[in-house]
Design a protein around this ligand. Structure first.
Ligand code: ADE
Length: 229
């Protein structure tokens, strides 16, 4: 998979692209991640990429020209499955969407900044608009990092124990069961007996029961979705 990130503040990605599962997936050649700085596509010597909104109002809007130039250059080099724009008014990200995106070959992820981007970019270039939740970030870079992390870990081989991904919260429509590690007792708090029993069938049943209980308590909406209407 290849992901081209188009943004105004590449430095916001910091060590994210080189760390943990994303970093290792790049090393293993499972994913190519390239960051493109929109300021490199500016035409003036101050490298401006934004201007004031027509009709007035606060904030600055990213202009068409640098975004069109950057994305058209990328599209002339290869075909893309989607051009994703991260925006609070997009479709809210969920695990099923991450699974769908994880089988893409090439993706462009466009990050907005300031007050947003010119609508003509959304109209002509963007094929999918995604929000990471009902709150507003300063820019799309952090949202892009969230999206990329959640998608890359689903690429086969990215996480060494594939079973662990299948057991994640949301993968079966429920939240994950509680987890414990050594020691079996800490400050008087004991690990549930069943987990020490070695009886895999019982462990599985216990995990399923706990997952459903937790989901009922915290996210009953998830259970409603899986129940027949
Ligand atoms: N840009 C600013 N806020 C955002 C959000 N909640 N999701 C995606 N992109 C954003």
């Amino acid at each position: 998979m290849r992901i081209d990130i188009v943004c105004a503040l590449p430095q916001l990605f910091g060590s994210f692209l080189d760390s943990s599962i994303v970093g290792r997936s790049r090393e293993k050649g499972l994913v190519i991640l390239e960051v493109h700085n929109l300021h490199d596509y500016a035409k003036d010597r101050f490298r401006h990429i934004d201007d004031t909104p027509y009709g007035g109002g606060a904030g600055m809007i990213i202009q068409c020209q640098p975004v069109f130039d950057c994305i058209e250059k990328l599209k002339s080099e290869r075909e893309y499955d989607d051009v994703i724009y991260l925006t609070p008014d997009g479709q809210t990200l969920h695990q099923q969407m991450c699974i769908e995106l994880s089988i893409s070959k090439n993706l462009i992820v466009l990050c907005g900044h300031y007050k947003g981007i010119d609508q003509r970019i959304r109209h002509s270039l963007v094929t999918r608009e995604i929000s990471i939740g009902d709150f507003v970030l300063t820019g799309g870079e952090i949202a892009a990092a969230v999206l990329i992390d959640s998608v890359v870990r689903l690429i086969p081989g990215a996480v060494s124990d594939a079973q662990s991904v299948l057991e994640d919260s949301f993968m079966n429509g429920v939240l994950d069961a509680p987890q414990y590690t050594k020691p079996a007792e800490f400050r008087g708090m004991k690990v549930p007996e069943v987990l020490l029993s070695g009886d895999h069938e019982q462990i599985s049943k216990w995990r399923e029961k706990m997952a459903i209980e937790k989901t009922r308590e915290r996210r009953p909406d998830l259970l409603d979705k899986s129940e027949p209407t």
